[in-house]
Design a protein around this ligand. Structure first.
Ligand SMILES: C[S@@+](CC[C@H](N)C(=O)[O-])C[C@H]1O[C@@H](n2cnc3c(N)ncnc32)[C@H](O)[C@@H]1O
Length: 204
């Protein structure tokens, strides 16, 4: 197991990403191709910025990435990548909702949001689901019709209900467990493809 961790850690260093979590997005993107050139991507829980950097590369110079996190990120996109704007904020804060509303619409919302884990599986799971639900709420407000949602969540009692909520809103839903995610970790990723849209974004 340690060997796998070392492998992704070293790979991220070699490829100039600040965190090995990059591969949890890259694997899903390679398989499902949900980020496209020219897309506007919202990255929730973006610090230190690996997912934003990767999404910016795929989106290219005509795209845009907005990253939100409690912690400040300062990585710069590679040449030819989309511009990245980092917002240092709590995703539950009202002012972040207002700031993001100005940037509507997005083609993709990704969330790697994670609570500070306590080691108590049930409460860590509940906090993770709370973050994932907030990410889903933001996604339903800011995604364009046909847009995509990729979101980390720690499995547990409320996981099936969360997947069901995603299922109601997207035409296709997949559960992704990337190879780069530790086997013993309870994290999985829920991928919602083709947002059905709702009354909040009828104008798109
Ligand atoms: C696993 S890290 C993200 C790693 C990132 N995807 C990358 O590849 O660089 C999870 C992030 O969620 C952020 N986070 C947790 N709760 C948050 C909240 N309420 N609002 C904003 N960010 C939050 C943490 O600060 C942390 O940086």
């Amino acid at each position: 197991m340690k060997k796998v961790q070392d492998y992704y850690f070293k790979k991220a260093k070699q490829e100039n990403y600040p965190a090995r979590s990059i591969y949890k997005l890259e694997e899903a993107q390679k398989k499902h191709q949900f980020i496209k050139a020219g897309d506007r991507i919202l990255d929730l829980g973006c610090h230190p910025g690996s997912w934003s950097l990767y999404a910016a590369q795929i989106a290219g110079s005509k795209g845009a990435v907005v990253g939100v996190d409690l912690q400040k990120s300062s990585v710069a996109p590679a040449a030819g990548s989309a511009r990245i704007e980092f917002i240092c904020a709590d995703i539950f804060a009202n002012d972040v909702k207002t700031q993001l509303a100005d940037k509507f619409p997005f083609q993709v919302v990704v969330s790697d949001l994670a609570p500070k884990t306590t080691g108590h599986k049930f409460s860590d799971h509940l906090k993770s689901v709370e973050l994932s639900r907030q990410a889903l709420t933001i996604a339903t407000q800011l995604l364009c019709r046909g847009g995509h949602f990729y979101c980390k969540v720690f499995q547990g009692e409320d996981f099936p209900a969360f997947v069901n909520e995603v299922r109601q809103l997207f035409k296709k839903t997949k559960i992704v467990k990337p190879k780069s995610s530790r086997v013993e970790s309870r994290e999985v990723f829920v991928l919602g493809l083709e947002f059905k849209g709702n009354t909040l974004n009828e104008k798109v």
